[in-house]
Design a protein around this ligand. Sequence first.
Ligand code: FEO
Length: 168
Amino acid sequence: MLSEKLLRELNEQIKYEFFSANYYLAMAAFCASRDFNGFANFFIVQAEEERFHAMKFFNFINERGERVFISALDEPKNDFQSLEEVFTLALHHEKFVTARIYSLMDLAGEEREHATISFLKWFIDEQVEEEAGMSDILSKIQRIGENGEGIYHLDKELSLRTFTPPAE
Ligand code: FEO
């Protein structure tokens, strides 16, 4: 049985993961509006990953015999000025999510809730990849700029991304 506090925080994480999906869809919409369809594809796939993350929490809470609550989501930011701004914000957001996962892990550790600790380990590793992915693309954009041939090639590269459910 999960403590009331831990259950509340795990449910809260479902909200953050679904919010992340919507935030990335807003970023995809901006990229599409600038005809960067590969960048848009990158964020559409990212949104699918975030929904997958949300469902992992959903399933874990259910498996523990506890009750899932679905909350309302805030409207994400929709106005962006550049690809650099989009990826700066995406990286910042992933760091925020990492901090959330760390605080969930701290709480599970304090409560010696070993099943939750084991479950959260997957997310600790996943966040390393999530931050690295955003950071890598941000660095490339900063290096090549947003107007030359380089950005066209990067857009093409990102158009190839597909969603594969991450390994459990
Ligand atoms: Fe669910 Fe991008 O972290």
